[in-house]
Design a protein around this ligand. Structure first.
Ligand SMILES: [Fe+2]
Length: 311
């Protein structure tokens, strides 16, 4: 993929996110069906419009061509803009991770790095309309953001100049990136790209989540899904998942410690061995382990995770 092509895709992504932050109706409703548009409250949209009306700035002016960078024309409340920005930032970290992982499995099939670039850049594109319409990143309370992202990628948008092979693989990987478990028999190329994308995504979730779970640190209830900040409490099922080396189910999380244990439970499930190297180098997992409460159960978690990191 040429630098020019990368730049074009990056600009498309930033423009789309920027239009959502500017409350552009078409971008905020992109990919949603009529029923979803009807039932979604559009809270950040409403907050933004109310603030804009109150400021006396007149009618909103939605012109995609002038929204070149996310935030340049944002009319969102500060908290909403922070949440949208987190996803923009996350995207570029995931992109870096995905390209590093793709280089760790070179020449698996033609155009693999290209597909990984596109899948990573657009993997959370559905997050922007999702948040603008529903004020949450929880799929169960809104829409499946992976499926929504795949629909946006299939529209008259960013992938129209790609070959059907590249477009199909990138869209399918985005659709699968947030599934709890994957279908068993995926074509090898799709399995590889999806594996890279899921690892790249999870690696950056360590960074995002650990910024909001440190004892006494800053908090963001949208990122940590309204989990209870009870430093000495956790849900036993999350410890069981880590100790038995299987991924915990995020839906049963109740405490912030559960979120940290959820991250720990992912480590044995990485698809690409190099993912463990990236995670170790980041230092994040050791910080998370050190921050877990002082308790025999957590010592067992620490030992299991350290062993999983050495695989
Ligand atoms: Fe995602």
């Amino acid at each position: 993929m040429t630098l020019k092509e990368r730049k074009r895709h990056t600009e498309w992504f930033l423009d789309f996110a920027g239009r959502c932050c500017a409350a552009d109706e078409a971008a905020c409703g992109c990919g949603l069906n009529a029923r979803q548009r009807e039932i979604s409250a559009g809270l950040p949209l409403e907050r933004a419009r109310a603030a804009h009306r109150a400021s006396g700035s007149g009618e909103l002016d939605f012109r995609p061509d002038v929204v070149k960078k996310v935030g340049a024309r944002s009319i969102l409340a500060a908290q909403d803009f922070e949440n949208m920005s987190l996803k923009v930032e996350h995207t570029f970290y995931v992109l870096d991770n995905a390209l590093e992982l793709a280089r760790a499995v070179p020449d698996a099939f033609p155009d693999m790095e290209r597909v990984c670039f596109l899948a990573a850049l657009y993997h959370d594109i559905g997050r922007f309309p999702q948040y603008m319409r529903y004020a949450t990143f929880q799929d169960a309370q809104s829409v499946n953001h992976g499926f929504l992202g795949s629909k946006i990628m299939g529209g008259p948008g960013p992938l129209r100049e790609e070959t059907p092979f590249v477009r199909g693989l990138a869209r399918a990987a985005v659709c699968l990136h947030n599934k709890f478990t994957l279908p068993r028999a995926l074509p090898p190329a799709l399995s590889l790209v999806t594996g890279i994308l899921r690892d790249a995504d999870k690696l950056d979730i360590f960074r995002v989540v650990s910024a909001y779970t440190r004892p006494g640190g800053k908090r963001n209830s949208v990122v940590t899904k309204n989990l209870e900040d009870e430093p000495m409490r956790w849900t036993p099922g999350f410890v069981d998942a880590v100790l038995s080396r299987r991924p915990a189910n995020a839906r049963s999380a109740r405490y912030l410690n559960d979120f940290c244990l959820l991250l720990c439970s992912w480590i044995p499930t990485f698809n690409i061995p190099h993912s463990r190297t990236i995670l170790l180098q980041s230092g994040l997992v050791r910080t998370i382990l050190a921050d877990l409460p002082d308790a025999p159960e957590m010592d067992a978690v620490r030992r299991t995770v350290e062993a999983a990191l050495q695989w």
